[in-house]
Design a protein around this ligand. Structure first.
Ligand SMILES: [Zn+2]
Length: 61
């Protein structure tokens, strides 16, 4: 029994969900959304400074 295409599973760095490596244009992410989320984290440095608030967090004034 020869497996021509091994099903390689990877873990999405954003949502930690298991996803397939093959036929995945967004790898190592599971989806474009997760890829953009990760890019956004690096691009928006204030995110890491502000802490762990979700992006849609609204502060009451
Ligand atoms: Zn993901």
């Amino acid at each position: 029994m020869v497996e021509k295409e091994k099903k390689i599973k990877i873990k999405c760095p954003t949502c930690k969900k298991q996803t397939e490596w093959h036929n995945n244009p967004h790898r190592p992410f599971c989806s474009e959304r997760c890829r953009l989320v990760d890019l956004g984290r690096w691009a928006d440095e204030s995110y890491s400074i502000e802490g762990s608030y979700p992006p849609d967090f609204e502060e009451e004034t």
